[in-house]
Design a binder for this molecule. Structure first.
Ligand code: PEP
Length: 258
């Protein structure tokens, strides 16, 4: 799906009250309709419906940062995939490292959440994988990623509904990134791994890089072969820098620079 690329998604994490997310949405909308690529934002649950409504018709994807694995039930404080879809959001991030490592989410749990999101009809699942710093230093990166692909991604998923975000844990929010060569070799490996794992055409799956992507390093990172886009945390809260990342990857708006 070359027309969808680059896919640049902003994970707003636990940031934004109503007035902030409304303002951010307005700023993004003002860049004009997207003429190439896919831009997406992932606000906190409390802002999901408002942002989905504000960005309706803009072409900007709106998604949640997580969902529960069950369809409904006695899960105090949790949000199901159907509830996410009910807000007007069409996507969900699953297995973010802040949930895997901060909240102990396993590959099996991420897989169950993915199945639930597919059943609820969400159009796009962004499944995050990535090694910790000690795994990186131990040269375990590819083994960790293989295990996460195998365990977290349902093999029968429609490749068009999947985005895999490769996010080295040690690069998230730290200002550090792997070298160009390291990113290239990991993404090339993932391309092959997804082809082997998925029943559908795994080679067509979009693979994002995530971890300290900013406007300044986006031209290099998004220019690497097999990098189909970026999952962006901190810089996605700045609409100008976020748009810069998108255009650096070849994305375009009808009204550039507005
Ligand atoms: C993230 O949290 O997914 C992320 C990539 O964060 P940052 O861009 O701030 O490193």
């Amino acid at each position: 799906m070359p027309g969808r690329r680059p896919l640049v998604f902003g994970n707003w994490k636990m940031n934004g009250l109503g007035q902030d997310t409304r303002a951010l949405s307005d700023r993004l909308k003002a860049f004009g309709p997207i003429t190439r690529g896919t831009l997406g934002v992932f606000p906190p649950f409390t802002q999901l419906q408002a942002v989905a409504e504000k960005l309706r018709g803009s072409g900007i994807v709106v998604g949640a940062q997580d969902c529960h694995e069950a369809a409904n039930g006695a899960y105090t404080g949790s949000v199901s995939a159907a509830m996410v879809a009910d807000t007007g959001a069409t996507a969900v991030i699953l297995g973010h490292s802040e949930r895997r490592h901060g909240l102990g989410e396993s590959d099996a749990l991420v897989n169950a959440k993915a199945k639930s999101a597919l059943d609820a009809g969400l159009a796009l699942l962004v499944i995050c994988i990535g090694e910790t710093e000690s795994e990186y230093l131990d040269k375990q990166t590819l083994a960790v990623l293989d295990r996460q692909v195998e365990g977290s991604i349902p093999a029968d998923i429609d490749p068009d509904r999947l985005v895999v975000a490769y996010e080295p844990v040690w690069a998230i929010g730290t200002g550090r990134t792997p070298s160009r060569e390291e990113i290239a070799s990991v993404h090339a490996h993932l391309r092959g791994r997804l082809a082997a794992h998925l029943k559908g055409d795994g080679r067509s799956v979009a693979i994002q890089y995530g971890g300290s992507v900013k406007g300044a390093n986006a031209p290099v990172i998004l220019g690497i072969a097999d990098v189909d886009g970026a999952l962006v945390g901190g810089a996605s809260l700045d609409p100008v820098d976020f748009a810069k990342i998108f255009t650096a990857g070849g994305g375009s708006f009808a009204a550039p620079g507005s």
